[in-house]
Design a protein around this ligand. Structure first.
Ligand SMILES: [Zn+2]
Length: 477
């Protein structure tokens, strides 16, 4: 029974689907996997392959990608006013689209979605749930989703999670994301429901409250952002807590740059072997990226196409070059407000043109996300410094000033780096300058009072949600 289900599902993923999937079938498959795991302890090789991509053969994969692009574009041309207009003005026949032809289509940018959200809504779908971006980059974008999407994604997510052992019956997942991240919260709660796990949606509350729930509430999985994780580690240190106080087996922290310094401290404090740092973004759900043990970011090929587009030429980024991630979720996984070639402005570096040897070697990869394109510091000599470079080196200072609060500017050909005084505590200015030089950053330091720290760089931990118990508490205060 279970093997039949797996075969049918693989077939459904592998062929060029023109109709929507039935979320109930995927939900049933999650139940079958759980029953098989309970009986035999493992789901079998067939099932494991299910979530690792439709195929590893490059020619078959290209055929799969081209077929997926065509069915996605055909639907957009018929149902999405924005893309119908775009295809017509660029004289593109969606039925003949392939990967090479895709590059002729202009990327969709955030301003398109923000200024004309109605034009992206497909005409054959009833909208159900609106979600807004909660990023720190300007005006929010509102994305409408259908009931079908909100049923399908948790089912697909739960299927992958139970097959990989990431979610088990009896787990308790604590979610410390902004309560306005409606899709992420819905996804987490429903994936837990399907997997027989518990889910505690807490929001960005005072860190002491979240710590108490983690420890006494017996959470086994924590889902949060790096900046809030930093506040949790600091609060746990203040309270004299250690790994023995927690039952966590997984710590998942995405949405911002996660530094090695914070990973070390958080792993030690919460007693987990590593911190998972997945890539996702509201506008391109359900597409995700997964980091591997060798520090690459591997991009989902089942549900969508991820391109790395050179920041200057708009062509595919060459090995070693920086590019922006441009993402196309496929139909039938994206339904209500689909985007094609969405320019995330998340910058990554193209890996060297040589075979990968990591555990995800068959899945296409880039470097980890290095920051937003608009936050790159361009020096007069042509050198580019990314947010990740700054955050990693600042957070590795002896004072462990996470989340890094800084401002960087090019000034007379040098980097002028503004930091709050507490960031370099324990160092003289000269020692701090040498710390940055050792990481290849030649900086002039501008030290300001700690009261200005939050205004230097906003992080997600700043979106504090007040409670009656602590109505005016500030995270990190
Ligand atoms: Zn890898």
């Amino acid at each position: 029974m279970f093997e039949t289900g797996v075969r049918q599902f693989r077939l459904a993923l592998g062929i060029a689907l023109r109709r929507r999937l039935d979320p109930r079938n995927v939900e049933r498959l999650v139940g079958d996997v759980l029953a098989t795991l309970a009986e035999f302890g493992e789901a079998g090789a067939d099932a494991a392959e299910l979530v690792e991509g439709p195929t590893t053969n490059p020619e078959d994969r290209l055929e799969f990608t081209n077929g997926s692009l065509r069915r996605t574009a055909v639907r957009l041309g018929a149902q999405s006013p924005f893309y119908a207009r775009l295809f017509s003005s660029a004289q593109i026949d969606p039925a003949k689209l392939d990967v090479a032809g895709l590059r002729a289509i202009p990327v969709t940018v955030k301003a398109d979605l923000t200024e004309r959200p109605g034009d992206f809504r497909c005409t054959d779908v009833q909208a159900y749930l609106a979600t807004r971006t909660t990023g720190t980059t300007g005006r929010p974008t509102e994305v409408w989703l259908s009931r079908y999407e909100m049923e399908l994604w948790p089912a697909l997510g739960a299927l992958a999670s139970v097959l990989r052992g990431e979610l088990r019956p009896g787990d308790v997942m604590q979610v410390n994301l902004s309560s306005r991240s409606t899709v992420a919260l819905h996804q987490a709660a429903n994936a837990c429901r399907l997997a027989g796990a518990g889910c505690r949606l807490l929001g960005i509350v005072p860190p002491e409250t979240a710590l108490e729930s983690l420890a006494e509430g017996g959470a086994t999985i924590l889902l949060t952002n790096p900046s809030y994780l930093a506040e949790l580690v600091k609060a746990a240190r203040r309270a004299g807590m250690g790994a023995g106080d927690f039952r966590l087996r997984r710590l998942v922290s995405g949405g911002e740059v996660l530094s090695p310094s914070l990973v070390r401290a958080a792993s030690g404090m919460f007693g987990v072997p590593h911190v998972e740092d997945p890539y996702s973004m509201t506008e391109i759900v359900p597409i995700t990226g997964r980091p591997c043990s060798q520090g690459h970011m591997h991009h989902d090929t089942n549900l969508g196409l991820t391109e790395l587009v050179d920041l200057h030429t708009g062509e595919p980024a060459a090995p070693g070059a920086l590019g922006t991630l441009v993402i196309t979720p496929y139909f039938p996984y994206r339904d209500c407000t689909p985007v094609l070639r969405y320019d995330t402005r998340d910058v990554a570096r193209c890996l060297p043109d040589e075979p990968l040897h990591c555990e995800l070697a068959t899945v296409p990869a880039t470097s980890l996300v290095l920051g937003k394109a608009d936050h790159l510091l361009r020096m007069p000599g042509g050198e580019i410094v990314t947010s990740r470079q700054f955050i990693e080196v600042i957070e590795s200072l002896p004072a462990e000033p996470w989340p890094a609060r800084y401002r960087a500017a090019a000034c007379d050909g040098r980097i002028r780096l503004t930091l709050p005084a507490s960031a370099i505590a324990g160092y003289s200015q000269a020692e701090a300058v040498r710390h940055f030089a050792a990481a290849g950053l030649d900086v002039d330091l501008d030290i300001v009072g700690d009261d200005q720290a939050v205004s230097l760089r906003h992080t997600r931990s700043d979106m504090l949600e007040t409670t009656f118990a602590s109505p005016h508490a500030l995270v990190g205060a």
